[in-house]
Design a protein around this ligand. Structure first.
Ligand SMILES: [Zn+2]
Length: 336
């Protein structure tokens, strides 16, 4: 059994593209120079993933400043200039765009990126989109006045985008929903309804990424307050098990998630986060293999896609590349 490896989404950016080692870093260029720099960075990100030996590669989100707001800013009905500061996921303040009218999708937001990615690698490719619940938590709504209504509008827009990504040759379409680990009460209702609407009718594999966040201080402090066992997944996994989404991307490495929650996922496959993104320490392949073996006590190997806990954009490029290699080497030990 050869395990298929991938990673959660974002990868560190080169120093000439954006300020390194930070989230939401400013671009170093504008205009055509920025467009060219982004494409060059995507080539490097793909080369790093191929060199490490990953099976399903992404563009490393090199074209995005933020995994949620960049998508929202690509839509109509949104004011990206006169921004607001809101607290997101009950944890930290962020500068976010404002919804000022009916939102709509004009041109594709990440479709050209996917076409480019498809043209430069023969491996399977994935594209990440923000999930509807996380989107409504990462903006200021001056128009709809109801998060559920806006989430369903976004779900329709995401579905249009996802169908064009699929047509561009994307094998795995992932919706990032870290908000599912915070607003658990709304997941069984409009949260899962919006997610399924976003993923409706796709032939590509679909995934939802639910993590405990990037390895930044606000998230690490939050994790310290979650107690010895993190049981957030216990609420959402039974709902996901009944859903039409194929795969769940989750955080396991260095976390306090009890592995028996995996038993709640029905027949879903998992992107098992076996690389901790909140530390610069590089896992050994043996550690990675050991965690995969523990996951395999709950899920058959064909349902396990070794991955990272979350995106790696706040890390250095050297650390990011080394962690990708540890991931692939560890998975190879299990694959035999
Ligand atoms: Zn994440």
């Amino acid at each position: 059994m050869t395990l298929q490896t991938t990673h959660a989404g974002s990868l560190p950016k080169p120093i000439w593209l954006a300020t390194p080692d930070q989230l939401w870093a400013e671009w170093q260029y504008g205009g055509d120079a920025l467009a060219e720099a982004k494409r060059d960075a995507v080539r490097l990100a793909v080369a790093d993933q191929e060199l490490a030996g990953l099976d399903i590669v992404s563009d490393g989100e090199q074209t995005r400043q933020h995994f949620v707001t960049t998508f929202i800013e690509g839509l109509g009905g949104v004011d990206a200039e006169n921004r607001a500061t809101v607290q997101i996921r009950k944890r930290y303040d962020a500068s976010v765009p404002r919804v000022v009218g009916d939102v709509y999708r004009g041109d594709g937001v990440f479709v050209d990126d996917a076409i480019f990615l498809r043209s430069i690698t023969d491996r399977k490719i994935k594209t990440e989109l923000p999930g509807p619940m996380t989107m409504v938590d990462t903006l200021q709504d001056d128009h709809y006045g109801n998060p559920e209504t806006l989430a369903m509008v976004f779900a329709g827009i995401l579905n249009e985008e996802a169908k064009e990504l699929e047509a561009a040759g994307v094998d795995l379409i992932q919706f990032d929903e870290p908000a599912f680990n915070v607003f658990m009460d709304d997941v069984p209702g409009w949260g899962i309804e919006a997610l399924e609407r976003a993923a409706d009718g796709l032939a590509s594999m679909t995934a939802v990424h639910i993590c405990y966040g990037y390895g930044v201080k606000a998230n690490i402090d939050w994790k310290h307050g979650l107690g010895p066992e993190w049981r957030q997944y216990e609420t959402t996994f039974p709902v996901l098990a009944e859903s039409s989404v194929d795969q769940v991307s989750l955080e396991l490495a260095g976390s306090h998630v009890p592995l028996e929650v995996l038993d709640l996922l029905g027949d879903k496959s998992v992107q098992a986060g076996v690389i901790d993104v909140a530390t610069d320490r590089i896992e050994t392949p043996e550690e990675v293999a050991s965690l995969i073996a523990s996951v395999a006590e709950h899920l058959s190997l064909d349902r396990i896609y070794p991955s990272t806990n979350c995106g790696m954009v706040p890390l250095s490029r050297q650390v990011g590349a080394a962690k990708l290699k540890a991931l692939a080497d560890g998975a190879a030990l299990v694959s035999g």
